[in-house]
Write a new protein. Structure first.
Lengths: 226, 537
């Protein structure tokens, strides 16, 4: 007879799938937050802020599910790493959700300050980079693809570069005079949020590697191939 | 004075003989029982082969009661039908008559040689195979030496007129001789033992020729009485049927042949000049005739026994939910097996787990007997459940049904182990009270607490199994680490008490630790059951 799939293995698979659907939700919120910012859409921004509870709930559920599995049967070390990583990855995703809210809040703050003094090209590019990273990192986690996870390391460098550039540019605007300060300071915060989201995605990639081979903070401790 | 010496010598020789039989049979069982069991299983397809196997195995084990124990085990596990079992039992009578031929040899010097080599092997060689061989040799040696001791003790006694008078009178009343043989054999629990006595006395000319046949017939019947008594206490109808059928065979044997003891005696006397050989021949003749006479009717006899001891009104071991006709509908069959497993769990809970604690305080033989009966019933139930479920064709099962049938199989197995462990705990309890020991007061309290935790967890697991309550099951799984921690606490405080020189603790240390260990293992099985409920299989 065919060995039936154990409830435990089934649950481990399910928990991976739940990470995927949570990440899809987080990505959707993030895109909408960026859209609300670029299009100065206050209504959309409100929606995102109200919707954050849903992500918090997913994070909590995943955490409880992982803890439950640990208590039902002593996990093997790889399973335990997976479960610990799942708890942390869902936490990283939840943080990304929070940043999406922060971006939506910035939309609201910027709304009554009139149209932007220049099109948000770099911020939007940063958003695209971050979104691509988010997808890749979750794909790497689901496929246990360590090569792909390693790509987050260099992808994040790109995000950081754009951030440095934006930072300098926005500071320069502010130095030109008080007219730009309100908008530029809020946009600077948004850039900062995006940069932080990039860091959280790097954490997801590191946790993916940890779950697979037990290596901690691989990006910090060694360079690629080193 | 010499009469007393004679009796003492006779009794001592008989003791040696019986002990030799026991040693020999144990040694043979250790060395060969496994293979003989296989033989019984494979070769009992038709009844003639059954007789041959019965004879061979009995000769091999030197014990017809060992053979019937094996056979009864097989029938109660449904690995053999009752009629097959009956043919093996008929064969075992033939086998034991071959043993009688063996003891009819006069082998005094060989006996002492066997004892010497047997003792050397048994005492000084480590490998268990050779030790068993040594035990067999030693046993055989003691059998023959016992015969020799009896013979030399009896020799002077024959001159006493009173003894001669009794024996002559006995010869006149064959029925009385028959009954005497039945009683003595039953008391000795060995037909070979009685026949050894008979051969010894006959060699000294102390048995009149016409008493031989009634004595041998009586020995035949008497040998089955132990079996009847022992199978009354065993759960399961099949063993009672087999034991009683064996008894009835011999009764019929007696009733048919006793009236013709005179012509038969003439025939037996003509069969050999040596009286011991005559006795052995008589035994063989009766066994063979009985086997040939009953063999064509084993099926009918089996049916008759089933009517005599019907299936209903069973004790704890009765698997009342496992209905054969439901096997056609696997869904229902698995439900029934589930119900049966849960009931088995409650039997363990109510009959053992819940009644254990008093046993640590005061000795209660009767309670212990009940536990051991319950444990056997649980074993039998587990076997029946596993057999029932594995009869189903799992290949066509839906995943859900497969899951449920595995839950049942695993739980039945775990419950059986829990039964074993509880019996072990009861044994420890008995040991403590019967040896007038006691756990230290603190130790006792700690064990009671652990016991109650374990017991409570078990009860909850049972409820979760009964109701497929996964939430409850996962709560039980979360209790397990607590029990593990507590167990470590108990070990620690136990060793602490040992160090402080608590006398009771020192005296009961290994029992104490064994008890803790058994309780923890019970909880491990409880965890398995709960994991099965949540689907971790």
């Amino acid at each position: 007879m065919a060995r039936i799939i154990n409830m435990y293995d089934r649950a481990l698979n399910r928990i991976r799938a739940e990470i995927l659907s949570m990440s899809e939700l987080v990505e959707d919120r993030f895109l909408k937050a960026m859209e609300s910012l670029i299009k100065q859409d206050e209504k959309l921004a409100q929606e995102i802020i109200y919707g954050d509870d849903q992500i918090d709930k997913l994070d909590e559920d995943l955490e409880m599910e992982a803890l439950e599995l640990i208590s039902l049967q002593q996990p093997m070390d790889k399973e335990l790493r997976l479960l610990a990583s799942v708890i942390r990855i869902s936490n990283e995703l939840e943080r990304i959700g929070d940043y999406s809210c922060n971006i939506a809040e910035a939309t609201l703050l910027l709304a009554d300050k009139g149209p932007y003094f220049k099109p948000l090209e770099d911020v939007s590019r940063m958003g695209q980079l971050v979104q691509a990273m988010m997808r890749k990192s979750i794909l790497a986690f689901l496929k246990k693809d360590l090569e792909l996870a390693w790509e987050m390391h260099s992808d994040d460098d790109q995000v950081d570069q754009v951030y440095q550039h934006l930072f300098k540019e926005l500071m320069d605007y502010m130095k030109q005079g008080p007219t730009f300060v309100d908008q530029a300071s809020n946009l600077l915060l948004v850039a900062r949020y995006l940069e932080r989201i990039g860091d959280h995605i790097v954490n997801i990639a590191e946790l993916t590697i940890f779950a697979e081979n037990g290596e901690r903070y691989p990006f910090k401790s060694r360079k690629r191939g080193g | 004075m010499s009469a007393l010496q004679g009796i003492i010598g006779l009794a001592g020789g008989l003791g040696l003989f019986l002990y030799g039989m026991k040693l020999c049979s144990e040694g043979l069982q250790k060395a060969a029982a496994h293979r003989l069991k296989q033989l019984v299983k494979i070769l009992t397809k038709n009844s003639v082969r059954g007789v041959l196997v019965g004879a061979l195995v009995t000769l091999g084990l030197q014990s017809s009661s060992a053979t019937s124990a094996i056979v009864v085990g097989f029938t109660s596990a449904n690995m053999m039908t009752l009629s097959q079992a009956l043919s093996v039992l008929l064969g075992s009578a033939v086998g034991s008559s071959l043993t009688v031929h063996l003891i009819a040899f006069k082998l005094t010097y060989l006996a002492l040689t066997l004892i010497f080599f047997g003792a050397i092997f048994y005492l000084f060689i480590k490998r268990s195979r050779y030790r068993s061989v040594g035990q067999i040799l030693l046993g055989f040696g003691l059998i023959f030496y016992g015969m020799f001791v009896m013979s030399s003790a009896v020799e002077p006694v024959k001159d006493f007129p009173m003894v001669a008078q009794v024996i002559i009178n006995l010869e006149r009343y064959p029925l009385l001789a028959f009954l005497v043989a039945v009683i003595i054999t039953a008391v000795l629990q060995s037909s070979a033992g009685f026949l050894a006595l008979l051969i010894t006395l006959a060699r000294q000319g102390m048995i009149g020729p016409y008493a031989l046949v009634p004595f041998v017939l009586g020995a035949h019947l008497g040998g089955t009485i132990t079996g009847v008594i022992s199978c009354l206490g065993v759960p399961g109808r099949e063993s009672k049927r087999a034991g009683l059928a064996n008894f009835l065979f011999k009764v019929v044997n007696g009733v048919v042949f006793l009236p013709f003891y005179r012509p038969i005696t003439m025939f037996v006397l003509g069969s050999s000049p040596d009286v011991s050989r005559q006795i052995a021949n008589a035994h063989t003749i009766f066994s063979l005739v009985m086997a040939i006479g009953f063999l064509p009717f084993t099926t009918q006899i089996a049916n008759f026994m089933k009517r005599l001891i019907p299936d209903k009104a069973g004790g704890l071991a009765e698997a009342k939910y496992l209905k054969e006709n439901l096997l056609e509908v696997p869904e229902l069959a698995v439900d029934q097996a589930h119900r049966q497993t849960v009931e088995m769990g409650y039997i363990i809970y109510k009959e053992m787990l819940n009644q254990m604690l008093p046993l640590f305080r005061s000795e209660d033989e009767e309670l212990f007997e009940r536990f051991s009966y319950t444990e056997q019933a649980v074993d039998s139930l587990a076997k029946q459940i596993v057999k029932y479920v594995t009869t189903l064709d799992i290949n066509n099962f839906s995943e859900d049904l497969l899951l449920r049938s595995l839950q049942v199989l695993y739980a039945a197995n775990d419950l059986e182990h829990i039964g074993d462990l509880l019996l072990n705990i009861a044994r420890i309890g008995m040991k403590i009270t019967s040896e007038q020991l006691a756990f230290s007061e603190e130790g006792h309290k700690e064990i009671e607490t652990l016991y109650n935790l374990t017991s409570n967890n078990f009860q909850q697991a049972l409820i979760s199994l009964e109701k497929y309550d996964t939430k409850l099951a996962s709560r039980i799984l979360k209790e397990h680490p607590k029990i593990r921690r507590y167990e470590k606490e108990l070990r620690y405080s136990h060793f602490e008490r040992m160090q402080s020189g608590n006398k009771r603790t020192l005296a009961t240390s290994s029992l104490h630790l064994d008890m803790i260990e058994s309780l923890l293992r019970i909880d491990n099985h409880t965890v398995n059951i709960a994991q099965g409920v949540v689907g971790i299989l």
